[in-house]
Design a protein around this ligand. Sequence first.
Ligand code: KG4
Ligand code: ZN
Length: 345
Amino acid sequence: MRILAIETSCDETASAVVENGTKILSNVVSSSLALHAKTGGIIPENAAREQIKYIIPVIKEAIENCKLEIENLDALAVTVGPGLIGSLLIGVETAKALAFAWNKPLIPVNHLIGHIYANFLTANDQRPKTIIEFPALVLIVSGGHTDLVLMKDHGKLKWLGGTRDDAAGELFDKVGRLLNLPYPGGPSISAEADKFRIKNSESRITLPRPMINSQDFDFSFSGLKTAVLREVNKLKEEKQFNDPAIHQLSYEVQKAVVEVLISKTIRAAEKYRVKSILLSGGVSANDELRNQCEQMTKDKRLKAKFFAPVKNLCTDNAAMIASAAFFNYKPVAWQKITANPELHF
Ligand code: KG4
Ligand code: ZN
């Protein structure tokens, strides 16, 4: 089965064709990130205007790249939420129009569930994936969400906990701004942190590890942002807010976030005796998080295999939406599909 998917929940306009939920036949992503970097973050109206510009060319390219005729596509899928309403509407209404015009089934997909399925995708040039066995524990870490989910099977998800305030990616983006780093903060902080490590210096800054010892599976990251702000203000007063200080703060904030995320993930993996641990969402592109999570899975002698999507599939794309639609194949009449910016699991 070949599914053409559309994803427009935030600042990426994306379309992809995926065969049987795993094989990517085409994957086109047009990002308006450079535009948002100029304003230091996403202005929803700007994001929606960019979606309008690119939606048709991106879908056209996704179909042309896989060299298929429209009659060879079996179904359409679209992200219906959560996300920015203006951005979501462009993808949802386009998908509905195409489903009607081409007379194809249309599957509405939750963006967060889409992120999970980035783990099930195999690009053409890759070896087949090791099978993901259930139950699996999924850590979803993106710009808007931080959630721990138990996946007993396709379509059988149990939400274990999530952030009570800022998401991990949101924290990185906000701290990036405090440190005058380019948007988005996640990759910038990771690059700055590497510069600190290269020098192998001793770190004199200690940041908190919010909720690391709480027995639930919730997170809280806004206190960490306040702690960084305090350090920045102190450094500015002492006229020490310079490049080495930024490297060090980046290193410390990344270390704190990764430690909290991994600690709760491993605890949940032990409690639910999972067979697989899956990272997903934009922050799962972070090398420190990927490496440490893999290492901890081995060190704790968990009987679980570790999975993380290839890096270009960690951030928003439509291939993951097509995969989620295949494994949870529930078409809905296009008249009944609406965008829902607040959609939960
Ligand atoms: O999943 P995503 O593309 O969009 C949402 O659904 O939110 O995630 C974007 C988030 C941003 O907050 C960005 O700073 C973060 O992912 N991110 C990273 C890295 N690459 C992207 N965070 C840490 N390290 C990275 N390498
Ligand atoms: Zn996302």
